[in-house]
Design a protein around this ligand. Structure first.
Ligand code: NAD
Length: 496
């Protein structure tokens, strides 16, 4: 099956100032044009009109649109996944997993469309009652990063749509084609859905310049931005200046603690996956590892073996586990971080470029294992590449403190069979991250939970649980069905 049936034809995308090169081999995949500010202005006007109509459509009916969208995505799962592999370099199984996430969040959002529950609250006044209701918010701007070029938009879009909002998407300039394809899928569904107004879903292409215009525009009631902490710092300030709402999903610097009772097999697999998946380019990638001194030597030796035997190569081949980095800049940044660690006395295993016959323009690397005696500056930053900094620890309290020592607060995990350790890690004095796992790595979340992190990760929550509330406005309503007008708190105001 081809995506041409939904109006996306890769072969026809040959003009425009944004060129998309495949990280697999550096070949040109296609071109799209940057959106101009006047086109953005038109898109936002249409988005506002679309919102005014869409908010009056009953939520379960809005859910029906999302159900149909999810069904078409399911039908085209293989082609969408292949496009992710071509443009973002994800290995086939992970790319298919990313498309599965879209399907899962659609299913979730369909159920949610009948569960946008408010509250009833008892009133202190006779014959009164209080309600809390949730109403649609307005046009939702969604800025996404290159590493999840489809799923992150889908998390936002499916919830925003069932909540009664219109959506405007600015994808990463590194993955404009995957965005284009998914946008066409939704548009094709909207075109045959009688209640979907024109302009319900908009796509704008370009780099941060057009993103900045989107961020500043007052018509965007919620700006959901996924990307680096640097980006989030700029976006948050701009949105706050106009008293808009922002939902930030920013960088991570995730740790795992391997305690004395940890199952070694589980630990080695969880570590290797969490470091190497998406070639270390996940916000939840494992970057810091604290191993109890009693287990240090055995775990390190098994990790060296596991990292050394990872099958690195063309991500289109089913048996490959590690594909390329997104581009040369990512490779150079990785090498700079390794050089800084080396200067600070780190013992480094692997991390070198791996050359592939026929793929010499791709940047393939073997994940690096960097052993350190204590935290150095470079470990406190997120280098978006597969580098694992490893430390030994003696007391759990010390390892938890180190888990929490960095500025980011996305994901964390503890490998243990000891209940008291696990409870301590999950308690108020444990991990300070938005995600805390036991006996799995920090990477690979399910859509059912709220996804996001604290501190410089931005504090936003997306996907499951009650994340939908970010896409709606809350209204407290008081209804008086008496013939009196008693005032709250017993206040008297008799006008005779
Ligand atoms: P990036 O910050 O370079 O770009 C992300 C997006 O923001 C792009 O669309 C870019 O054009 C746009 N942008 C950049 N500056 C902007 C500005 N000032 N105003 C408006 N838009 C702007 O990030 P990237 O390299 O594409 O992605 C990697 C980063 O994303 C990592 O830090 C990673 O941890 C983070 N990320 C976080 C999550 C999460 O859920 N927490 C998920 C995926 C990626």
């Amino acid at each position: 099956m081809s995506l041409v049936t939904v109006g996306f034809d890769l072969a026809s995308l040959t003009t425009g100032d944004i060129a998309s090169y495949s990280p697999i081999d550096g070949r040109l995949l296609g071109r799209v044009a940057s959106t101009t500010t006047s086109e953005l202005n038109d898109a936002l006007s249409q988005s506002v009109s679309a919102f005014h109509q869409w908010r009056t459509v009953p939520a379960p009916r809005r859910g029906e649109l999302v159900r149909l969208f999810g069904a078409v995505v399911r039908k085209h799962k293989a082609e969408l996944a292949q496009l992710i592999t071509l443009e973002a370099g994800k290995v086939s199984s992970e790319a298919a997993g990313e498309v599965q996430e879209i399907i899962d969040i659609c299913d979730f959002a369909v159920g949610l469309s009948r569960q946008l529950y408010g509250l009833t609250i008892t009133s202190e006044r006779r014959e009164h009652h209080l309600l809390e209701r949730w109403h649609p918010l307005g046009p939702v701007g969604v800025i996404t990063a290159f590493n999840f070029p489809m799923a992150v938009w889908a998390w936002n879009a499916s919830l925003a749509l069932v909540c009664g909002n219109s959506i405007v998407w600015k994808p990463s300039e590194k993955t404009p084609l995957t965005a284009c394809a998914l946008f066409h899928v939704l548009n094709a569904v909207c075109a045959s859905f009688s209640d979907a107004p024109q302009g319900l879903s908009k796509l704008i292409q370009g780099d941060r310049t057009i993103g900045e215009h989107l961020v500043k525009d007052r018509r965007v009631t919620l700006l959901s931005a996924t990307g680096s902490t640097r980006m989030g710092r700029e976006v948050a300030a701009q949105v706050a200046r106009r008293f808009g709402r922002s939902l930030l999903e920013l960088g991570g610097n995730n740790a795992m603690i391997v305690s004395p009772s940890a199952r070694e097999d589980l630990a080695v697999r969880a570590i290797t996956f969490s470091v190497a998946a998406t070639t270390g380019q996940r916000c939840t990638t494992l970057r810091r590892l604290y191993i109890h001194e009693s287990k240090y030597d055995v775990i390190i030796s098994r990790l060296k073996k596991a990292f050394g035997s990872l099958h690195i190569g063309n991500p289109l081949s089913d048996d490959v586990l590690v594909g390329p980095l997104i581009d040369e800049t990512a490779f150079n940044t990785m090498q700079q971080s390794l050089a800084a660690a080396r200067v600070a006395g780190a013992r480094i295993t692997y991390g070198e470029r791996v050359t592939m016959a026929g793929l010499s323009n791709g940047y393939y690397v073997r994940p690096a294992l960097v052993e350190l005696d204590s935290m150095i500056d470079v470990c406190k930053e997120e280098t978006f590449a597969p580098i694992l900094y490893v430390f030994r620890y003696r007391h759990l309290e010390q390892a938890i403190a180190q888990n929490n020592e960095v500025a980011q607060g996305l994901s964390s995990s503890l490998m243990t069979q000891d209940l008291s350790e696990s409870e301590r890690f999950l308690s108020a004095e444990g991990s300070d991250c938005g995600i805390a796992n036991i006996n799995i790595g920090p990477s690979g979340a399910e859509i059912g939970g709220a996804f996001g992190g604290e501190k410089e990760t931005g504090g936003g929550r997306e996907a499951g649980s009650d994340s939908w509330k970010a896409y709606m406005r809350r209204q407290t309503q008081t209804i008086n069905y008496s013939s009196e007008l008693p005032l709250a708190q017993g206040v008297k105001f008799d006008i005779g």
